[in-house]
Design a protein around this ligand. Structure first.
Ligand SMILES: *Cc1c(COP(=O)(O)O)cnc(C)c1O
Length: 396
């Protein structure tokens, strides 16, 4: 039997009611779509006026939910989207998302018909790929990736005229609508990396000049970090018309050294509940492996989220959760579906209480960037790692 009620989300100053299935109140994300649009608008203001945004919504919009994010961005005038693969792209089309959908990675040529019929734009990753896809005889929309030094995908930028010849050769077969490159150290402050990024921009600009007679409508190279740090000073006007905005939309920094304009904030709060609270004696072991032994009598609470939810097990005996605006340390090993916390110092914790695993609560912050530091990784991985069984709830 399923019970539903009106559950009030308190996300700092925002109060609103969402219908929540009580049976599912175990581990969930509250996604603030209004914050995503605030982030979009703040970037638009920080960039030159004529810059267009291509929203990067691959990997389910970095875990936020690609359809919801695409819908709200469409309402705010975004009409270019980038995803990683054909399944993501088809999912968006089936949900009614229009405009350009660019698939940034490889799609087997077997899917040429789907690419064509769903009106998707496929990245051409190499000359070999162009040939294989062309043999399927569909006039697929496509963009050529240009490799300016990342060495991941694309035609090498070393010989711009050769690139022009290849693109011209395929213009009759495909509907070629653009070219792009990707910056690999635009988030770094190191002098070497800054030089490298400028060299990538110059190489790309040379290619763009070589193909200028083709009048390709979509020419782009900037990710969040690149758009934010290089576009305003760029002397190359042709290559800066479109920014592929990914992580910045979700309010996270590409690198901890980057400072964003005020108002850009993460849009997700990850919450869970307490299933049990108990008092235990000094000298007791907690969780698998008994890696934590209580040093004094303690009050221990059990939280209904574990590593199967994407709650990283490396936070065992490391991280903390926020409860009633206070930090409760994670003790012992995180289990598949449950985690133990020490609430000895926190008054009145009881079964059914909500805890914040990631986000901000009553002035205490622990967002994906903070968690990434503890995990020695990047915020991107943290938010993409939240499992699909963690239900997403949306508000504006
Ligand atoms: C993921 C991705 C982006 C977005 O990068 P952010 O750092 O999230 O802004 C842009 N371009 C390409 C090719 C990507 O793969």
């Amino acid at each position: 039997m399923i019970f539903t009620d009106f559950f009030t989300f308190s996300n700092c100053d925002k109060l609103m009611q969402v219908k929540v299935n009580q049976a599912e109140k175990r581990s969930w994300l509250e996604v603030d779509l209004g914050q995503i649009t605030t982030n979009l608008k703040t970037f638009q203001q920080a960039l030159p006026r004529e810059t267009n945004i291509m929203a990067v919504i691959k990997a389910d919009a970095y875990g936020h939910g690609d359809i919801k994010v695409a819908q709200i961005l469409t309402d705010y005038g975004v009409n270019m989207f980038a995803v990683s693969n054909i399944d993501e792209a088809v999912g968006l089309r089936k949900a009614g998302i229009r405009g350009l959908i660019l698939i940034l990675g490889y799609t087997s040529p077997i899917y040429a018909e789907e690419l064509y019929s769903y009106d998707l734009t496929q990245t051409i990753v190499s000359e070999e790929y162009a040939k294989a896809l062309s043999e399927k005889d569909y006039r697929v929309k496509c963009q050529f990736a240009i490799d300016t030094g990342m060495n991941r995908i694309g035609l090498s930028s070393k010989d711009p005229r050769h690139i022009r010849d290849i693109i011209c050769r395929y213009c009759g077969v495909f509907d070629v609508n653009g070219i792009f490159t990707h910056l690999c150290v635009a988030d770094s402050d190191e002098k070497e990396d800054i030089c490298f990024t400028w060299s990538q921009l110059e190489k790309f600009n040379n290619v763009v000049e070589a193909v200028s007679s083709l009048n390709l409508p979509y020419i782009h190279c900037f990710n969040t970090a690149g758009g934010f740090r290089y576009l305003n000073n760029s002397k190359y006007s042709r290559i800066g018309k479109i920014v592929r905005l990914g992580i910045g939309l979700y309010g996270l920094k590409p690198d901890k050294n980057i400072s964003f304009p005020d108002g850009i904030k993460p849009a997700i709060t990850w919450k869970s509940v307490i299933s049990m609270v108990k008092r235990i004696e000094e000298g007791e072991g907690i969780s698998y492996g008994r890696t934590f032994i209580t040093k004094h009598p303690s009050i221990i609470a059990t939280v209904t989220t574990g590593y199967a939810d994407g709650y990283n097990r490396l936070l065992s005996n490391q991280g903390f959760v926020i409860i009633n605006g206070l930090r409760a340390p994670i003790i012992g090993r995180i289990c598949m579906d449950q985690t133990l916390i020490d609430v000895t110092e926190i008054p009145d914790v009881k079964m059914g209480d909500t805890v914040v695993l990631m986000g901000e609560c009553e002035g205490v912050r622990y967002d994906a960037n903070d968690m990434a530091v503890d995990l020695k990784t990047i915020g991107y991985e943290v938010i993409c790692g939240i499992s699909k069984r963690v239900q997403r709830f949306y508000f504006k």
